[in-house]
Design a protein around this ligand. Structure first.
Ligand code: ADP
Length: 499
């Protein structure tokens, strides 16, 4: 349960133990959050602690915050990274699919023709034509460069895959089959460590300090619960969405109030609250994505890669009901229309072998049915055996005979032929906030008149405008890297007087 009493996808305890187990605890990576030069008694004697002066303060150590931090340090800025949780990484740690990018060297090596136009139009269409084309194009144009930038630091996303709404193979993953988020967070944490970044965990930014209409710093709560102020010339807000904030979900989408969420408990919308308090505008704030394949008893996400690699969805009658590769919102709607408002994701050992997280997240926790044949799998699932076997057999036969899929599926038509076979009960869960702070392509935060608020920049899930009414799988990881860097470039230009 989170502080609002809602069930969250990953309990606080699991979230922490998971990352300490990965060696991403604060001390292990130089994120020296709990270290304080003053004693508690000294602090308590003061009303507000002076936390020092920086060129740039970055709030939030997810993918966007880390990309901004690393980039800004490399441009010579004095940077402070603040994180309210005890560990780094945010929801980025849980990203599994990969990073969408077009015209990359990995696509070229694989003979895949892609373009900024095609990726932009897929993103716009996938977002129900609600997205801001200027922001979309900017992300797509920067995507190949971001792949190269990550690779230059040893974070290599070279394995191409299929994801919902993408016209060509453009989702880039680690070669090992490791989940992309953990891989990037591990790599970027190491980059922060190598640069000796001063980062502070357990420190929650509460308020932006303004002087003469410009950002001048932040007020935060330190690990001892005391107020602390950090002065800065520029602030980069990278605090993620509000997918674990029951009140905000209820305010914007009442029907999602009691849905499970895949978000970590720190995903509370703080950046939206403290930025709007200084005049920031928001866009598409009620656009909240539900993901169709969430295991409901633990709110654990089954990655879209699993469908992209070949999984099918069947209902409790043992039959398919949708093209599994439609966009997330449409697959979720199709599931909600089934008996029990959910489905089973069914796949074979080949899909399992391609995705390391299945073993860790589902098999080892006994959450998934596993059987050597379809009859036994149907029995474990509790679905009509004859109907289920007929469903999988005809799916496989159609592929073998080149017959069009009756559900209209045209991609990843990989027959389920390698035992054992797997079936995971899934249903939709809250996953991503498409809306957020209004920004321009330079990552400047805008007010209601469309004017940039001097010194205020934002990147990642806290911003709105790119994904419109539906985010395509792989575009969040693209966004955090392209726009995390963009935010720091604009912030550095502002700080160093080039702008
Ligand atoms: P993105 O994908 O946009 O990078 P993430 O969810 O991965 O977003 O990361 C956002 C990070 O910001 C999380 O680690 C979260 O705990 C942190 N965060 C959120 N609000 C605050 C706050 N008020 N002060 C400091 N850190 C915050």
């Amino acid at each position: 349960m989170n502080s609002n009493g809602s069930k969250v996808g990953v309990s606080r305890r699991n979230f922490l133990s998971g990352f300490f187990a990965m060696g991403l605890g604060a001390a292990a990576v130089g994120l020296t959050g709990c270290a304080s030069p003053r004693s508690f008694a000294d602090e308590a004697a003061q009303t507000t602690i002076d936390g020092g002066e920086y060129d740039i303060v970055v709030v939030g150590s997810g993918g966007a915050g880390m990309a901004a931090t690393v980039g800004a340090v490399d441009q010579g800025a004095k940077v402070l990274l603040l994180e309210k949780m005890p560990v780094a990484g945010g929801n980025t740690c849980f990203a599994e699919g990969g990073m969408n990018a077009c015209c990359t060297r990995f696509q070229k090596e694989a003979g895949i023709e892609d373009s900024v136009d095609l990726m932009s139009s897929d993103t716009y269409k996938g977002g129900h034509e609600k997205g801001n084309m200027e922001l979309i194009r900017h992300m797509c144009e920067g995507s190949s460069d971001a792949i190269d930038w990550l690779a230059s630091m040893g974070i290599v996303l070279s394995k191409l895959g299929t994801s919902g709404g993408a016209s060509v193979k453009r989702i880039h993953r680690p070669e090992s089959g490791e989940a992309v988020g953990k891989y990037i967070v591990k790599g970027m944490t190491e980059q922060c460590r190598q640069r000796g970044v001063s980062a502070v965990c357990n420190t929650k930014v509460e308020e932006i300090l303004m002087e003469d209409g410009k950002v001048a710093g932040v007020r935060a709560t330190n690990p001892n619960g005391l107020p602390i102020e950090y002065k800065c010339k520029a602030l980069i807000v990278a605090t993620g969405g509000f997918g674990a904030n029951k009140e905000m979900l209820a305010q914007y989408r009442p029907e999602l109030r009691d849905a499970v969420t895949t978000n970590q408990p720190g995903t509370q919308g703080d950046g939206i609250v403290f930025s709007t308090a200084v005049g920031a505008d928001t866009v598409d704030i009620d656009q909240i994505q539900v993901h169709p394949t969430v295991e409901q008893t633990t709110a654990t996400l089954l990655s879209e890669n699993i469908r992209g690699d070949g999984a099918i969805l069947v209902n409790t009658d043992g039959v398919r009901f949708t093209n599994e590769l439609l966009t997330r919102d449409r697959v979720s709607e199709a599931e909600w229309a089934q008996p029990g408002r959910g489905a089973f994701a069914v796949f074979d050992q080949s899909v399992h072998d391609n995705n390391l997280s299945i073993e860790e997240k589902f098999v080892s926790r006994n959450l998934i049915h596993v059987a050597d044949n379809f009859n036994d799998l149907a029995k474990l699932m509790g679905v009509p055996e004859e109907a289920f076997v007929a469903t999988v057999t005809s799916y496989n036969d159609n592929i073998a005979n080149g017959i069009d899929d009756p559900m209209g599926r045209t991609k990843s038509l990989n027959p389920l032929v390698k035992p054992p076979y797997y079936a995971l009960p899934v249903a939709p869960g809250v996953h991503h906030c498409m809306g957020g702070l209004r920004v321009n392509a330079a990552a400047e935060v805008l007010d209601a008149n469309g004017d940039a608020i001097p010194g205020l920049f934002a990147a990642g899930e806290v911003t709105g405008g790119i994904h419109g009414g539906n985010r395509l799988g792989g575009n969040a990881v693209c966004d955090i890297n392209v726009n995390g860097r963009q935010a720091q470039e604009t912030a550095c230009a502002y700080v160093f007087g080039d702008k």
